[in-house]
Ligand binder design. Sequence first.
Ligand SMILES: Cc1cc2nc3c(=O)[nH]c(=O)nc-3n(C[C@H](O)[C@H](O)[C@H](O)COP(=O)(O)O)c2cc1C
Length: 139
Amino acid sequence: MPFYNQDLDSGEVPQAAAALRERVAGADRVLAVTPEYNGTMPAVLNNAIDWLSRPYGASALTRKPFAVVGATPTQFGGKWSHEDARRSATIAGADVVPDLVLSHSTLDADVFEDAEVFGRFLGALVSLVEHRPAAEVAA
Ligand SMILES: Cc1cc2nc3c(=O)[nH]c(=O)nc-3n(C[C@H](O)[C@H](O)[C@H](O)COP(=O)(O)O)c2cc1C
């Protein structure tokens, strides 16, 4: 997917970006699974959020329940990546529950197979409903 550029978003958008927007628009909620790069989210995730943030106010992310999860080998578990992804998604218009984040400090402990922890995390995301008015969803 090309890096976001308003010049590319003025007419027919690149196929990969259009497909991402369509996929997210049709989803009930979004779970971003990401590592951390140099203390923030990787550029590919940031770029995906950028594409999903436009048209602003009526984008695929507008009022979409959003959560982020990940594990890294460092002691901080990718928390800056997760914090930044949550802030960016919030500014893009998504409904991000502030404490809905799962950072894990080692790749050895597989957070995705810890049924209790991951179940609680997913349960909180599933309990979020999209707050988009029905008329808007139909359009
Ligand atoms: C360029 C680069 C920067 C990284 N920066 C961080 C970091 O700031 N914090 C962290 O916890 N891990 C960091 N890591 C470790 C990654 O989280 C870890 O290698 C992860 O498994 C990479 O996943 P990927 O191969 O899917 O990109 C970094 C790795 C790379 C390659």
